[in-house]
Each structure stands twice: as structure tokens, then as C-alpha cells.
Design a protein around this ligand. Structure first.
Ligand code: SF4
Length: 155
């Protein structure tokens, strides 16, 4: 019987999609070479919700936890990203691994920065809004740089 290929969710910008806030990509050829035996499911919550190009987003600590705040007039855009994430994970229930773009307030897994309301940096190891949803859905999640480092070890 043919073995089913593993399904892995990957930030679309790492695959070469020009969906970053400024219309660029962050294609990672090493990552792609490590994923040649799996089925990749691309995602980009920010492009889907806000289009490209778009204002940047920061995670800001509030009484309700870290929220995604757009640099345009300071709107809280957390719900839009969460809505996209929930729909994505519902549509792809067979995903077993989430690989997110490091440092993104949406996709970073243990690498997003959180600021306080005065603009002071509180931490640099937070999950982004979509990565947090992946973890809540019980999916193993890892930053792309950590994944590449782990898979490239020669011991
Ligand atoms: S880091 Fe995430 S939200 Fe940002 S461009 Fe890449 S896929 Fe889209």
C-alpha cells in the first residue's frame, strides 16, 4: 500500500510568493529542498486579509494578551487573522506540521516581538497570531530557521 505523504503548512513567502507587506518574498531554497517529500500547503493570513502591499503589523501587549495592531491608524486586526487561521486549519485537518516565517507577528512560532503600548520591546520569543492558532489546534509548530537548522544537523 502506498504511504500517504505528510502534509505540512508553510508560510507562503518562504515558498517564493511575493506576499510580504512590501510585495517581496523570502524564498528559502534550503527549506524547500528539505520539504521535497511532503505535500506543502501554503498560507498567508495577511495577504488574504489585507492584500499586498499593506501596512505593517506589530504585536502589542494588552489586558487581552498580545494583539496584532496595524501601523495604519492603530487598528486591532487580530480577529481577521484568527478567522483566517481557524478556517485554514478546519479546511486542512490532516496537516501535521506548521512551519512559520521567523519573527512575523502572524507566522513566527517562537520568534515574534511583543511591544508595550509605549513602544518598548517586551519579548522576542512570542508566537504570532496564526502560529498560536496552529498550536491551539494541536499541530506541531516550528520556525523555519529552527526547522532548517534541525534538519541540517550532520550528527
Ligand atoms: S510571514 Fe506570514 S503573513 Fe507575512 S508574508 Fe509570510 S506568510 Fe504572509
Amino acid at each position: 500500500m502506498m504511504q500517504q505523504r505528510k502534509k505540512v503548512a508553510v508560510s507562503a513567502c518562504l515558498l517564493g510568493n511575493p506576499c510580504r507587506y512590501d510585495g517581496t518574498d523570502r524564498k528559502n531554497d534550503t527549506l524547500l529542498s528539505l520539504l521535497k517529500d511532503v505535500d506543502i500547503v501554503a498560507f498567508c493570513p495577511e495577504d488574504h486579509c489585507f492584500g499586498t502591499p499593506r501596512p505593517t503589523i506589530d504585536l502589542v501587549e494588552t489586558e487581552a494578551g498580545a494583539r496584532a495592531i496595524s501601523s495604519r491608524q492603530g487598528q486591532d486586526v487580530t480577529f481577521a487573522i484568527e478567522g483566517y487561521a481557524d478556517a485554514f486549519f478546519k479546511a486542512h485537518q490532516d496537516i501535521t506540521l506548521f512551519i512559520g516565517k521567523d519573527r512575523s507577528p502572524s507566522c513566527g512560532v517562537c520568534s515574534a516581538s511583543v511591544w508595550d503600548a509605549q513602544g518598548d520591546l517586551l519579548r522576542i520569543d512570542a508566537p504570532g497570531i496564526m502560529a498560536k492558532k496552529a498550536i491551539e489546534h494541536g499541530i506541531e509548530a516550528i520556525d523555519a530557521e529552527a526547522f532548517v537548522k534541525e534538519k541540517s544537523r550532520c550528527d
